[in-house]
Write a protein that binds this ligand. Structure first.
Ligand code: EPZ
Length: 441
């Protein structure tokens, strides 16, 4: 097990290149199994969830070759549905996308219960199941996971989602692209990852219209072909670095970003008193902050609203903002587990319910030992440690590695004092510029 050791109080300055979007790359990797041809995916982030996905696909017969650390060559010719390895499926939430792929290709599916960040409110898949059933599959749970079969084959259907779920929208798109007839997903998620998945699939010959709106139309096609596709930049990784600069003070230029994906985050940072300059043509965002922040009210919403995946990082900013801030978490129940850890640094809440937190700004945070509770909660702890006086330690770094490409290397390059160590006190420091995550051969 590894931990991060961070000595706070350093301003962040310089340039940081943002990696590809994890939550777009994951469904696109699974979607690559829908074609028997070769796909080349560029700008794939070097994060743990991608490694796990590659391990799942490889065990199912897909050939995955790293052409360089962020470019993958994938061939799904030998993909064997219903053979997913339980131990890897249980590690990530996105493994649920295998259901859509398997039903679309073979009319049957079997997977272990998917894992991923564990929130207090649970993460149901009922909307995925309902959609598959509307398309002709009979779905059921068994002791270890989910199974389904379409006795008369899958057919296109009109599906209404009770919530604009990202996962359900992805899964139903994956199931529908090779399914005969027309599928319409109403109240679909509009997140950039959905648009990106549709672009990838359409480049492979799918017929998907209106992705990015509430009503996605999919006309089933008989086969997909290979393509080369570049994953767009990760708006949450970008938002995290922007928020970190806001909190520590300094001036940082983010490159490889799409400012239009960051509007809600930019807007809230400006409201807190931070200078943010976006350049669409250059695909850069510049953040300038003196570290003096004002309290804000924030409510998470489906895209283009403020992303739930950025609310923990903003809690760390609110902790030192003048006045009382409010977070209303509307999308994911019970996404406040990280707050208990943040309080160790002096973060002060003056009221908390299941979905609302009131945070009163304090003068400064103090170093503390914390344990990451989940991916974005862990990122919020890194931010708090960067702002705090003294040296903090953060355990459970593997949860942060799920979605951030060697976080200590990017922060070190911006001037932060951050390094990774083995959690075993007798083990040696692993250094602040750890080698990139190993690419499977
Ligand atoms: C995706 O999770 C992301 N994960 C999450 O990112 C992100 O927090 C979330 O979308 C919201 O934006 C991936 O893309 C791999 P949802 P997902 O289905 O698909 C309810 C991160 O940090 N719901 O849009 O699981 C659900 O309980 C991660 O990168 C149902 O009720 O989220 C939640 O309240 C964490 N029934 C809401 O919808 C269902 O069948 C949104 O969930 C499905 C969802």
């Amino acid at each position: 097990m590894e931990k991060l050791i961070i000595t706070g109080g350093k301003r962040l300055n310089g340039t940081v290149a943002i990696s590809g979007m994890k939550n777009a790359a994951l469904p696109i990797l699974f979607a690559s199994a829908l074609t028997r041809d070769t796909c080349i995916l560029q700008n794939v982030p070097a994060v743990k969830d991608i490694e796990t996905t590659v391990a799942i696909l490889s065990e199912m017969g897909v050939t995955v070759k790293y052409l360089d650390p962020t470019t993958l060559e994938i061939n799904g010719k030998n993909f064997k549905p219903c053979t997913s390895p339980d131990k890897f499926v249980r590690k990530i939430r996105a493994s649920s996308y295998l259901m859509g792929v398997e039903l679309g290709l073979a009319g049957r599916t079997r997977i272990a219960f998917p894992g991923g960040c564990d929130f207090d409110g649970g993460r149901p898949l009922d909307l995925h199941m309902k959609g598959f059933e509307a398309m002709g599959a009979e779905m059921r749970t068994y002791s270890d996971g989910y199974m389904g079969e379409a006795p008369d084959g899958m057919t296109g259907a009109r599906i209404y989602l009770n919530k604009a779920s990202v996962g359900a929208t992805v899964n139903l798109m994956l199931a529908a692209v090779l399914t005969p007839g027309t599928t319409v997903i109403s109240n679909a998620a509009k997140e950039p990852h959905i648009v990106s998945l549709a672009r990838f699939l359409n480049t492979c010959g799918a017929n998907i219209c209106n992705a990015g709106t509430s009503d996605i139309h999919i006309e089933g096609v008989s086969a997909l072909h290979g393509c080369t596709y570049r994953i767009p930049p990760d708006m949450i990784e970008a938002g995290t670095y922007m928020a970190a600069v806001a909190g520590t003070g300094g001036k940082v230029v983010l490159t490889n970003v799409y400012p239009e994906h960051l509007q809600a985050t930019i807007d809230k940072l400006r409201e807190m008193g931070v200078t943010v300059m976006a350049n669409n043509a250059l695909e850069t965002v510049t953040v300038i902050s003196d570290g003096k922040l004002s309290a804000i009210e924030l409510e998470t919403q489906f895209y283009p609203g403020f992303p739930t995946d950025m609310q923990p990082q903003f809690a760390s900013l609110m902790a030192v903002a003048k006045g009382t801030s409010v977070i209303r978490e509307v999308i994911i129940n019970g996404r406040f587990a990280y707050l208990e850890q943040l309080k160790r640094t002096g973060v002060k809440t003056i009221g908390e319910t299941k979905d609302t937190a009131y945070i009163e700004g304090v003068e400064h945070l103090t170093a503390a030992n914390m344990t990451a509770t989940d991916l974005r909660g862990g990122a919020a702890m890194v931010m708090a440690a960067l702002m705090a006086e003294g040296t903090s330690e953060i355990r459970n770094v593997h949860l942060i590695d799920r979605g951030y490409d060697v976080i200590e290397r990017k922060f070190s390059a911006l001037g932060a004092d951050i390094r990774r160590c083995d959690d075993d006190p007798d083990a040696q420091t692993l250094s602040s510029t750890k080698a990139p995550l190993q690419s499977p051969t």
